[in-house]
Write a protein that binds this ligand. Sequence first.
Ligand code: ADP
Length: 410
Amino acid sequence: MEITAHLENKVAILRRLTEISAVLNSTLDIEPLLGKIMDAAAEITNAEAASVLLWDETRRELRFAATNTSQDANTLIGQVVPPTGSIAGTAMSENRIVQVDDAASDPRHFGGVDEAAEFQTRTLLAGPMMSKDRHIGVLEVVNKRQLPWTEDDHYYLSILAAQAAVAIESAQLVTALQKANVELNELDKLKNDFIAIASHELRTPLGVILGYASFLHETSEGQVSEHASKVLNSALQLRGIIEQLTNLRYLQQRETELQRVPTSLNQLLQEARHDILDMATAKGHQLNMQVEDVTLLVDPIRVAMALTNILNNAVRYTPEGGTITIQTEVRSDEVWISVTDTGIGIAEDQLERIFDKFYQVEDHMTRTYGGLGIGLSIAKVLIEVQGGRIWATSPGLDQGATFTVSLPLN
Ligand code: ADP
C-alpha cells in the first residue's frame, strides 16, 4: 500500500515537472523565470524555501538572483557567495548535488546569508545548473525543520536544475540580444545624425564653390575658363557624392513609410530621363524610349529615385557616344522596365554582387568611375519594399548591360 502511494506520488511529481518544463520554456523574461524556477524547486522537493544563484562568467562570481527565504528578498538578491568553500560553490565546481543535514555544523555553510534573510537553515540541497558545458548557476532548496532529504528529492531537483539551466540560458541570450539591438539602434541613429550634419555642413561651402566656379567659367576666357570648368566638374562630382551620402537612409526604407498613389509610368520615366539628360548629352549618348503607359500604385518619389540611380549608372558606365534605351513591357500582373546601355558590361559572376551595399566591381583604390557603391543597393531596397524585383543581365564585358525592374500592376 505504501509502495503504491509512493509510486503515485512520484508519477504526480514527474507529471508536474513536465508541466513546469513547458512553463519555463515559454518564459523568456529572466525575472519571472527565476521566480518560477524557485517556486517549482520548493514545490517538488516539499521544501520551505528555495533560491536561485547565477554564475557571472565575467566576474567569476556566484550571486543570489531569486529567493524566498526572506520576506524581503531584496536583502539577499545580489549577495555574492564564495565560489570555493561554500555549498553552492561546491555543487557548481564539482557538478553534483550537495546535501547538508545540519547547516549549523557545516563549515561550508555561508552564515551571512541566514543572517541577511533571517532564516535559520537546517537542511539544504544544492543542485548545479549546467547547460552543455556552461555553468549557469545553482538551485538551492532549504528547510528550517529537520526533515531528511530523500533520493527522490535529489532526482527531482536534478531534473528541474537541468531544465532550468536551458531556460535561463535562452532567457539570458534573449536579454543580451535585446540589449545589443538597442545599442545597434543607438549607433545607427548616431551614424545617421552624423551623416545628416556632415553633409549639410559640406553643402554650404560647396554651394559657394559651385557658384563662383560657374560664374568664372561663364565670364572668363581661355585657360581661366578651362580651369574654372575643371573646378566646376569636380565640385559637381562632390555634390553627387554628398547626395548619395544623404540617401544612405533609404537602405532602411520601411514599407510603412511609403506614400503609394496612382502613378503614370510614362510620366515617371520622362522625369527620370529629364534628371539625367544633361549628363547624357554631355557624354554624347543617344537616349531612346519605348514606353507603354500604365498606372501603378507606387510611391513615385522612391521609384523615381531607383530608376534615376539605374539611369545614372547607364550614363556613367558607358563610354562617350553610347546608346541608352528605356523600354517597358506589360507581363500579366506586372510591368517590366528595362534600361539597356552599350557600356563596359558586367561579368557573369558580378551580376548579383553589384546589388550589395558598397560593392563595386572596380577596386576602390584604382577606381576611374567614382561613386560610393550604394546606388544599386538603394534601388533594390526601394523596389523590393514596393513588392517589385530588380536584376541585371549582360552579355559580357564591353558588351553593355541591361537592368530590369519589375513592379506589380495592382
Ligand atoms: P557606384 O556606381 O556608386 O559604384 P552602384 O551601387 O550604383 O555604385 O553600382 C555598383 C557597381 O555596379 C558599380 O561600381 C559598377 O561596377 C557596377 N555597375 C552598375 N551599373 C552598371 C552598368 N550600367 N554597367 C556596368 N557596370 C555597372
